[in-house]
Structure formats: structure tokens, C-alpha cells
Design a binder for this molecule. Sequence first.
Ligand code: GMT
Length: 375
Amino acid sequence: MRIGITCYPTYGGSGAVATELGLELGRRGHEVHIISYASPFRLRGGFAQRVTFHEVVPTDYPLFEHSPYALALAVKQHEVALREDLQLMHAHYAIPHAATAWLAKQMLQSERDLKVVTTLHGTDITLVGQDPSYFTITKFSIERSDGVTAVSEYLRDETYRAFGCVGCDVRVIPNFVSTTDFHPATDGSWRRALAPADHKILIHVSNFRPVKRIADVIHVFAGVRRALPATLVLAGDGPERDLAEQEVDRLKLRGDVRFLGKVDQVAELLRGGDLFLLPSASESFGLSALEAMACGVPVVATRQGGLPEVVVDGETGYLAPVGAVDEMTERAVAVLKDGATHERMRRAAAARALEFSTERVVPRYEALYQDVLGD
Ligand code: GMT
């Protein structure tokens, strides 16, 4: 198949999933064209067989305070679809990608029928899409897509609840993880690089947005640190980074907390960890939790959104209500102090992640494409 993929290039789950999907589709013999305003971080700036990146450059003009990116994107989607004879455009994160794909489809109408598949990732449904400034176009572009997927049952149900979406058949295709890249540690090299030998290592990876509740990560760690020697490793960057740094200083934890900023080799980092923390206020799936589990790292997270579809409470980690810092701390300390339970959870986490392997999930997208194309 000849497939276009549009996504955000920035550090974040939807861009990671879209890019990994494109790379895997290329490996499976499809021709893939990724369209965005910058090369997505997981494309690693590199060359991949049958995968081509197309940059959208919205021309500036003194009249514009903000260049109309969505229009330039629609033009690029149309241009690439026409030149490369694309059969379908897969939009990741509805806003604005599903609407611009629909526009590109209309512009191509006299030539042929470009199919549009939209994957809903999270805040495009739960937050941003419900804002009055985006609601009607989000609903419209979902309803006009030829195929719609959601990354969890929770997100599918939330889509129906919030948007109605008459005539939509939202298919759940969960996020996936490459178990070739994300696998349990085979030696202790990364662990040694992260913390003193006698420390337990807690990890959090995110884009430091308020929804991630970074303060809870730090407060859970503070409680763990009182109970045993431990290091907290924070990877990523974003609007709450400064607040997090200040909280670490206020609690006098600086000696045991490492802020790494944006990290590309996240699998290697995760392999060095003992426990992953994801106390989010909302999470449609929690790709970072899945990637941690694939590396054999149990997860302490919130019982929120799609997280219970990923983390099995009591088996691959623990789930607690949003803001329940004491409960999360208690769970974290218990598992880190009990070697047998920790080992059992490590194995269960890695085994659970296999259910979300690239090999199992990507064929479900191929099947959807075939359905949409009527093959
Ligand atoms: O929806 C967002 O906030 C952005 C998006 C992203 O690009 O990071 O995150 C969402 O999509 C991920 C990939 O499908 C999911 O793993 C995240 O749970 C989801 N984030 C939220 O729901 C907050």
C-alpha cells in the first residue's frame, strides 16, 4: 500500500506511535510518506527503507501573527498524495491533522478517492477537542474519516460520550512497543551509569505537562527515599520542569534526583530502572508505561483513563487514585523492599508487554487499511 502519515514531530506518545508505525509499515513492504513540520524524533533523522519525510513550511507574511500551519499542511498532504499516488492518509491526533486530511481529500476528489484514517490519541478527545474553539471541527473530521481508531477502550467510549459521532465505528487498536528495542536488561551497565550500586532507581519519562502531575512523582519519591536508598531519574522536558526542579530543592532531594532533559535512548534508560512512576491526572493509554513494562520495569500509576488496560494492578505494577501519593508511596516501598515480589512483577510486566508487541498490533492497522480501501 502507499500510505501517508501525518503526526506531531515533538516528544510525545502520538508522534512516537505514528513514526514507529510508519517505520514498521516500511519494513513490511509498504511505501510510507510522513508529513509534518519537522522530522519526528523517533525517525532519528535517519534514512529508513521505503519511508520518506516531507516537511511542511508555512510561509510567513507580515499580516499573519501566526502562520496558518493547517492550510500549509493540507496543501502538502494533497501535493504528496497526488505525486506519490497515495491510497490513504493516516492522521495521528485529530487536531488539526484529521481536518486537513479531509481538506486534502476534497482537493483530490476529481482525481481519485484518497481515504482518510484518523487515530485518536488522547487530549484531542478528552481536552482540546472538547474546547468550544475546536469541538465542531473535531466532531466533523472524525465523522468524515473513512476509518477511525482509538488507542484504548476508554478513549473510544469517551469519543462516543463527548462527540456522539453518528455513524462512526471507532475501532480500538492499542499502542504497541518494539520488543526488539524495548527488552529487559541483560547486564547492569545502565544501572551503574544512573545511580550508586545500593540505590533503587525510580524513573519517570514525560513531556512535563500539568496532566503528568510531576509534583506527585517527586512526593512519591520523597517517601520512598525516606524508607530506602534511592535515586529518581526524570527524563523529558516541558512546562512543569522548573516547578519540579524547585520542588526537588525545597525537599532537599537534589543529591538523589537526576533531571536528564530530553533523551533519545529511552529504552536503555528504562532498562536501568527498578520502578516507573506515572501518576497522571488523565492518560488515554500511557505509552511510556508500556515501554517501561517491556523493559521489565513494574509501573506505579493512577487508575485513570486507559491505564488499567495496560498496567495489571497487583501483577505488573500498582494502580491508585489520582493524587493518592501516600498509597503510591506505600506500594512503591513494598515492592522495592521485597525482592521476590519485585522479580515476579518484572517478569509479569515484560510478559504483559508482549501482548502489545509491534508484530501483534501493526497487522491490525494493515487490516483496517484494507477494509477502508475495500481490498
Ligand atoms: O493526547 C495528548 O496529550 C498527546 C499525546 C502525545 O502526543 O503524547 O498523548 C496521548 O497519546 C499517547 C499515545 O497514544 C498516549 O499514550 C497518552 O496516554 C496520551 N496522553 C493523554 O491521554 C494525556
